[in-house]
Design a binder for this molecule. Structure first.
Ligand code: BG6
Ligand code: MG
Length: 220
């Protein structure tokens, strides 16, 4: 195995729930209801794209100018960032630090492939920066489910995609990993991530050990 590419929100820590809370509040202010089923279609999706999906969901896609949309997205991000304020290393999902340590010991680069512009802030709060070889800049490339962010992550690690593993909690992310030609590990529910193409789904990050990943992906 040449590299492991990690999504951030919902894989490294439970920030997916804060994204949902912040979008829900913003949507309610403009009269749109979103539930957790709809939220599955927002996971992994870049900020302005997520807003577009919410507006379409609420039949308001024609209602706002570009400047108003930017203001709505900014409001959501302000709320989201305020929810991140209490984040500490203890909020890292179980098993993640252990896996990152194993990867480091085995000289296998770990890379963050997240759509979030808040990734550096979150990794700093979790004190995990030093475990990652790179954080892919999501700016200027097509978002998930396109493969670009994973392809770029492999390149930054000097790895060949077919010898990489990607770990994701979102349908769009699993599709992106598969489109990049990698082995896709889902964190969450088989019924949600299986149909998107996950090669294996674990209910929790607790299951993620280097040995288990190598065996599952047959990438010793
Ligand atoms: C993804 C999340 O990781 O990042 C999405 O799953 C989020 O919910 C996207 O919209 C962009 O994040 P941010 O922090 O740049 O708004
Ligand atoms: Mg995610």
């Amino acid at each position: 195995m040449q590299a492991v590419l990690f999504d951030l929100d919902g894989v490294i820590t439970d920030t997916a729930k804060y994204h949902f809370t912040a979008w829900k509040q913003m949507a309610e202010r403009i009269g749109i209801e979103i539930d957790s089923d709809f939220n599955e279609s927002l996971k992994g999706i870049e900020r302005m794209q997520s807003l577009e999906r919410i507006l379409v969901h609420g039949h308001q896609e024609q209602k706002y100018s570009q400047a108003e949309k930017e203001r709505l997205a900014q409001e959501k991000n302000d709320e989201y960032v305020s929810l991140l304020a209490g984040l500490t290393p203890e909020d890292t999902y179980p098993g993640i630090k252990e896996l990152l340590t194993e990867l480091q010991e085995n000289k296998i680069p770990a890379v963050i492939a997240s759509a979030s512009k808040n990734a550096p802030l979150i990794l700093e709060a979790l004190q995990l920066n030093t475990y990652f070889h790179a954080i892919v800049d999501p700016g200027g490339i097509p978002g998930k489910p396109e493969p670009d962010i994973f392809v770029k992550g492999a390149e930054q690690a000097g790895a060949d995609s077919v010898y990489c593993i990607g770990i994701e909690d979102s349908q769009a992310g699993i599709e992106a990993i598969k489109a990049a030609g990698m082995y896709a590990v889902g964190i969450g529910e088989e019924s949600i991530l299986g149909p998107s193409g996950a090669d294996i789904v674990y209910p929790s990050t607790k299951e993620l050990t280097l040995q288990r990943l190598l065996t599952a992906a047959q990438l010793a």
